[in-house]
Design a protein around this ligand. Structure first.
Ligand code: GDP
Length: 298
C-alpha cells in the first residue's frame, strides 16, 4: 500500500531539494504535484482539496521562508498534515468501568471481519484481558463455523447459538452472550455481526438492533482498504445506518493505492483505531497515524 504515493511524493520533493529559497512558482508546482499524487492514490476529492490548501498556506508562511532548508521544511509540513488527516493521536479502546466491555463489529462480507475478530481477541489477550467471541452473524451458514475456527486459532472461546435450533435471532444471541460472559468472567465480549456483499436496509437494521440491545462500549466498522473510494462510501452508509465509534482498516498489506486510509477519518469524523495487515493472526495492531505518515514519506 502507498508505494506509488510514496514514490510520487519523493520525486516531488526531489525537485525542490537543495534550493535555498522557494519561489511562489516552486510552491505552486509542489502543491500541484502533491494534489495529483493524492488523487492518483484515490484519496477523496474534498480531502485532497483541504490538504493541499493547508500545505500551500503553510508553505508560503515564515516557517518555510526562514528555514535553512526550505525543502526539508515542506516535507515536515506534509508529514504533520498527513498525521492530521490520519486522525492525529492514536485512539485507544475504551473499556467499560463495570462488567464486560462490549465491542461490536460491523461491515460488509469479505471485509475481513471474522479474521479481525480473532486478531482483536488475540491482541486483547496479550493486553491481559479475557475475551470471548460471539457469533451473531447468523445470515451465512458458514459464518458461525468460520468464527469458531478462527477462535480456535487464537484459543479464545466462541459463543454461538446451539446447532439445530434453527437460524436463531442474532439480537438474542448477543444478549445471551453477555450474560454468559458475566458468568464466566470474560471481561471483553467481541460481537461479530452479519455482513452482506452490498449495503442493504435489512443488514443495517439488524446491526442497529443488536447495537440497541447490547449497548456496546465500542462499535467498530471494519472495512477493506483495498476497495478504494468504495470504502469511504460504505463507511458513510454504515455511519448513517448503524453508527460507530471507530474504524478498522483491513488488508493494509495489499497493493491498493491507499486512498481509503487517507480519506476515511476526514469524511466520517471517526478515528481509525486498528489496522490489519496480513493473514497471520498477529498481523494486527493499533493504528498509529504518525507511523503511517512516516511510512508514506519514507
Ligand atoms: P468477513 O466476511 O468480513 O468475515 O471476512 P473474512 O474474515 O472471512 O476475510 C475475508 C478474506 O480476507 C479471507 O480470505 C481472509 O484471510 C482475508 N483477510 C482478512 N484480513 C486480511 C488482511 O489484513 N490482509 C490480507 N491480505 N487478507 C486478509
Amino acid at each position: 500500500m502507498f508505494a506509488t504515493l510514496s514514490d510520487r511524493l519523493a520525486t516531488t520533493f526531489k525537485n525542490i531539494r537543495g534550493k535555498g529559497r522557494l519561489t511562489d512558482a516552486d510552491i505552486d508546482a509542489t502543491a500541484r504535484e502533491i494534489r495529483i499524487a493524492l488523487l492518483e492514490a484515490d484519496v477523496a476529492l474534498p480531502v485532497v482539496r483541504e490538504f493541499v490548501s493547508r500545505i500551500k498556506e503553510r508553505a508560503r508562511g515564515e516557517e518555510v521562508s526562514q528555514a535553512l532548508n526550505p525543502a526539508q521544511q515542506i516535507v515536515k509540513i506534509v508529514n504533520e498534515e498527513l498525521v492530521t488527516i490520519l486522525g492525529g493521536e492514536t485512539r485507544r479502546l475504551r473499556y467499560a468501568k463495570n462488567g464486560p466491555t462490549v465491542i461490536m463489529l460491523a461491515g460488509l462480507q469479505g471485509a475481513g471481519k471474522t479474521t479481525l475478530a480473532a486478531k482483536l481477541a488475540l491482541w486483547l489477550k496479550e493486553q491481559g484481558k479475557a475475551p470471548m467471541l460471539v457469533a451473531a452473524d447468523l445470515q451465512r451458514p458458514n459464518a458461525v463455523n468460520q468464527l469458531q475456527v478462527n477462535g480456535e486459532r487464537v484459543n479464545v472461546p466462541v459463543f454461538a447459538p446451539e446447532p439445530g435450533n434453527g437460524v436463531g435471532n442474532p439480537v438474542e444471541v448477543a444478549r445471551d452472550a453477555i450474560e454468559e460472559a458475566k458468568r464466566k468472567l470474560h471481561d471483553v465480549v467481541i460481537v461479530d455481526t452479519a455482513g452482506r456483499l452490498g449495503i442493504d436496509e435489512e443488514l443495517m437494521k439488524q446491526a442497529a438492533d443488536i447495537k440497541a440491545a447490547v449497548n456496546p462500549d465500542e462499535v467498530l466498522f471494519v472495512v477493506d482498504a483495498m476497495i478504494g473510494q468504495d470504502a469511504v462510501k460504505t463507511a458513510q452508509a454504515f455511519l448513517d445506518g448503524v453508527g460507530y465509534d471507530g474504524v478498522v482498516l483491513t488488508k493494509l498489506d495489499g497493493d491498493a493505492r491507499g486512498g481509503a486510509a487517507l480519506s476515511i477519518v476526514q469524511i466520517t469524523g471517526k478515528p481509525v483505531m486498528f489496522a490489519s495487515n496480513g493473514e497471520k493472526m498477529t498481523d494486527f495492531d493499533l493504528f498509529h497515524p504518525d507511523r503511517m505518515a512516516g511510512r508514506i514519506l519514507d
